[in-house]
Design a binder for this molecule. Structure first.
Ligand code: SAM
Length: 288
């Protein structure tokens, strides 16, 4: 992420969700009506073309051909995490903490989230854009959401959330989607430790990550089920991830401070028969 600029990867996530939203109701995995509002040109143009009959279907195909994997993975994990948050809301959580929220719109579209205290934490450069767009589209910022600007590399996450009114020891859902890959291992550990400290009985943590073996080159790509990456893109992906100084996580992260079992979910084993989701995109979940 470049200083002073909104997150480009958050915008790609919004694009992938906007494209899924354009698909026929009986085929799409979810609808995120706000996603397209966060797009700038040329991604906004791509989303608009995707809404056209016949021609529109080519947009996801072209994206998948150019960068195989990320779109399908983004769609799959959005669905898995939508379901996890929805189940947690039904189970009685009181707080939803979205770390590195980007243009995540769960607080505005999932039923029941309006009854929660929601904390959206993100880098100030991206969060200010999100607030502006939400004000334009919704008329005003929803009262149940508190926006907490934090730079994970420099700021004190715990202090910022305490200042924003986070209640400790209450049933909460900590959602950390698409962010761990951009941070150091120490920052990831510290955040998981923080989550275990503030969590009350009935809390959950969900985080997505990239298998460390892909980045370090220690996982044989065939065994890693690279799927569409077989077309000689493995090296390029590895280099790109390294350049982002992503630590990745091992297959079974040894997160010392966790208070419940970590369940590793592959979206394809979650009742989703999605083609093109490489197995190195992972979701880890913990409950206490
Ligand atoms: C790939 S996006 C994911 C956004 C959102 N969770 C989603 O799934 O749509 C990564 C997010 O991490 C945030 N991020 C990256 N580095 C950060 C940092 N050092 N401090 C705060 N946020 C950061 C970006 O602002 C961005 O919103």
């Amino acid at each position: 992420m470049r200083m002073g600029q909104r997150s480009r990867t958050a915008e790609y996530m919004a694009l992938f969700r906007a494209l899924e939203t354009q698909r026929p109701i009986e085929q799409r995995l979810f609808a995120d009506p706000l996603a397209a509002s966060f797009l700038t040109r040329p991604l906004a143009a791509a989303a608009a073309v995707a809404g056209l009959p016949v021609l529109g279907g080519l947009v996801p195909l072209l994206i998948d051909r150019q960068i195989p994997g990320p779109r399908a993975s983004a769609v799959a994990r959005t669905k898995v995490l939508d379901d996890a948050v929805t189940a947690a809301v039904a189970g009685g959580i009181e707080q939803l903490i979205v770390l590195g929220a980007g243009y995540d719109s769960r607080a505005y579209r999932l039923p029941g989230t309006q009854r929660l205290r929601v904390f959206e934490v993100d880098h100030p450069d991206t969060q200010s854009v999100k607030r502006r767009v939400l004000e334009q589209v919704l008329g005003q910022l929803p009262a149940h959401v508190r926006f907490v600007p934090v730079d994970f590399d420099h700021d004190d996450l715990a202090a910022a959330l305490d200042h924003a009114g986070l209640a400790h020891g209450r049933p909460s859902f900590v959602l950390w989607e698409g962010v761990a890959s951009y941070l150091t291992s120490e920052a990831v550990d510290a955040t998981v430790r923080w989550a275990s400290q503030i969590a009350g009985e009935g809390s959950e943590l969900a985080l997505t990550y990239v298998h460390r073996g892909l980045i370090e080159g220690t996982v044989v790509p065939a065994r890693c089920a690279l799927g569409p990456f077989r077309r000689c893109r493995r090296g390029a992906v590895r280099v790109r991830l390294r350049a982002r100084r992503t630590p990745g996580l091992p297959d079974r992260p040894g997160m010392a401070a966790r208070r419940g079992p970590l369940h590793h979910r592959s979206p394809t084993r979650h009742g989703l028969s999605l083609r093109g989701v490489p197995a190195f995109y992972r979701i880890a979940m913990a409950r206490c």
